[in-house]
Design a protein around this ligand. Structure first.
Ligand code: SF4
Length: 92
């Protein structure tokens, strides 16, 4: 079974309008921030046409990798979702 197929078995409770991770405003991303596009196992990060890094956290696995990678640079704001929201692993 492929990783993508395993990820598909997870379920998410999206907290509409209250993303638990956000990227701080920037003109050009730091090396750490830019690396998240390849590092995030759920593919939540992407580059805009003008080179900034953006996040769509709906499929976040709450693995904390991006939090650790950007701990020194402070490029992102990272919190756990509110209770009852976020990923549900019991289906995977
Ligand atoms: Fe991706 Fe993990 Fe960060 Fe969620 S916590 S956005 S899955 S790297």
């Amino acid at each position: 079974i492929k990783v993508e197929e395993k990820l598909y078995q997870n379920r998410y409770m999206v907290d509409e309008g209250r993303p638990h991770i956000s990227v701080k405003p920037h003109t050009q991303p730091t090396e750490a921030l830019a690396s998240l596009v390849k590092i995030c196992p759920a593919g939540c990060y992407s580059r805009t046409e003008t080179g900034q890094v953006e996040i769509a956290p709906d499929g976040c696995l709450e693995c904390g990798t991006c939090r650790i990678v950007c701990a020194a640079t402070g490029d992102i704001e990272w919190n756990y979702p509110r209770g009852g929201y976020g990923i549900l692993f019991k289906f995977g």
